[in-house]
Design a protein around this ligand. Structure first.
Ligand code: ADP
Ligand code: MG
Length: 463
């Protein structure tokens, strides 16, 4: 049969494949996201004979109780769900310059010091550049092999010969598979490269880390399908200008997601931050208005953060609203709840008029939180700034706010209160419904509130 190249169109957003170009992706509805690529139909793999395929009984499946490989970086192990699973494939995504290569090179160092064979393949940097970074991080031994290569066939051959236990690919966008006609970084190239690596990884039981660049929209460049293919997806995020970095699990077939690891970028590489709460509260202003501390739970871990708000008279027709680190729409909702309180008879005293005010809400420390448990703190920060009252620095507050101004219970209240106590807070204001669950915690004053008005009263009451 003659070799036939077919032109198909891939959606850059969702990876959907169509035979015709269209302005709008028929699968995900994204505009102008289809790109043409040539697919070599002759390279479709031969399938096994259908009659040979039989299902297996679940009780007959043997599980190898293989131990996970520890990276000896606790923060990284936690996000991975307790260490590296042999044969698994992990995608590490993040903005350029955030520290992906640094983190993985540090992991390589820890692994090779523990006697694990590692192969680090870089398609972005030269051997000298990697060595300069390695010198910053510390000393290495002969267990780490470096390879500067972008051709997947070559990489495959090297991996098959060297048989490393852990393979690092930095980055998937630079990898090139000759069987696919398109340029490196394109949808089909990234997809094909990943499936080749996946095959090597699964067949030989090699744990593979692949680095993926992130687009402006915040997803791994190229197709989303990449996220579906791998076992674990980790995002490395944080403000590039601040030194704190957060490693977040968004998908994990071998552990819980939403665990986070916190690191600080130093000139000696990434340092683990074992007590993120105290770091996040570092440099907090005392007795400033619009500043309040709350507790968010990330995965299984409570983290204290400072919520700041600034309310000022607007100079424009339409007031500005800005939210950094939290959900913009959530802030608008909370503003509406606070405004509505003015009309509600029972809560009149805590209603405020914000229609002529610009409102800025910021979570200090560059962390992003999407948990509704920080609602009450956001609302109180806005209230405090508008009314120009400062909140006691030793008071912490958390709770979800409902549309009628009620304060709803949140999960893991006990852990939150304990974390507050550990960091020296003297008073916590929590949802009324959670009060019973923290009754046995001594040494900290707990105030349960049922609605926003009670929270305002509890905050402004002088002892
Ligand atoms: N000497 C140094 N001291 C402190 N930080 C450094 C130093 N050199 C590099 N960095 C940090 O390392 C980052 C680059 O990390 P890198 O791992 O190459 O990022 P990525 O692979 O995600 O693009 C830089 O943005 C910078 O913040
Ligand atoms: Mg890099």
């Amino acid at each position: 049969m003659p070799k036939k190249n077919v032109s198909v169109f891939f959606c850059q957003e969702c990876g959907n494949e169509t035979s015709k170009w269209a302005g709008k992706c028929p699968a995900c509805g994204a505009w102008n996201s289809l790109v043409e690529e040539i697919v070599d139909k002759a390279s479709v793999k031969q399938r096994a004979k259908v009659s040979d395929v039989k299902p297996t009984k679940i009780i007959d499946v043997a599980t190898s109780n293989e131990a996970r490989i520890s990276t000896n970086i606790d923060e990284f192990d936690r996000v991975l769900g307790g260490g590296i699973v042999p044969g698994s494939m992990v995608l590490v995504g993040g903005d350029p310059g955030i520290g992906k290569s640094t983190l993985l090179l540090q992991t390589c160092r820890q692994l090779c010091l523990a006697g694990v064979n590692v192969l680090y393949v870089s398609g972005e940097e030269s051997l000298q550049q990697i060595k300069i970074r390695a010198d910053r991080i510390g000393n290495f031994n002969d267990k780490l092999d470096l390879l500067c290569e972008t051709n997947l066939d070559t990489i495959k051959a090297v991996v098959e010969r060297e048989k490393p236990t852990v393979l690092i690919i930095d980055s998937i966008q630079t990898m090139y598979n000759e069987a696919v006609g398109s340029a490196p970084g394109s949808v089909s190239q990234v997809r094909e490269s990943t499936s080749v690596l996946m095959e090597i990884s699964k067949v030989q039981g090699i744990a593979t880390f692949i680095v993926g660049h992130v687009t402006k929209e915040g997803t791994v460049a190229g197709p989303r399908v990449l996220e579906h293919m791998v076992d674990t997806v980790l995002y490395f995020e944080g403000d590039r200008h601040a030194s704190y970095r957060i490693l977040r699990g968004v998908k994990n077939r071998f552990g819980s997601t939403n665990e986070i690891g916190v690191f600080e970028m130093r000139d000696t590489g990434l340092e683990e931050v074992r007590n993120p709460s105290s770091v996040m509260l570092d440099g907090r202003p005392e007795n400033a208005t619009g500043s309040i501390v709350t507790c968010s739970v990330e995965g299984t871990r409570p983290i204290l953060v400072e919520i700041q708000s600034l309310v000022s008279k607007t100079a424009f027709e339409i007031p500005r609203r800005m939210a950094t680190g939290c959900d913009y729409n959530r802030v608008n909702l909370l503003v509406a709840v606070l405004e509505r309180m003015r009309d509600a008879k029972a809560n009149k005293s805590c209603g405020i008029f914000l229609g002529r005010s610009d409102i800025y809400v910021n979570i200090a420390g560059g962390i992003r939180i999407n948990e509704p448990a920080i609602d009450l703190a956001i609302a109180m920060a806005i209230y405090s700034s508008e009314k120009d009252i400062s909140i006691d620095a030793k008071t912490l507050i958390f709770g979800e706010i409902g549309l009628s101004g009620e304060v709803r219970s949140v999960s893991m209240a006990e852990q939150r209160v304990n974390e507050a106590k550990k960091l020296g807070f003297e008073k916590v204001i929590i949802p009324f419904a959670n009060e019973a669950s923290v009754a046995n915690i001594k040494g900290i004053e707990v105030v349960g509130v049922a609605n926003v008005k009670e929270a305002v009263d509890a905050l402004t009451r002088k002892n």
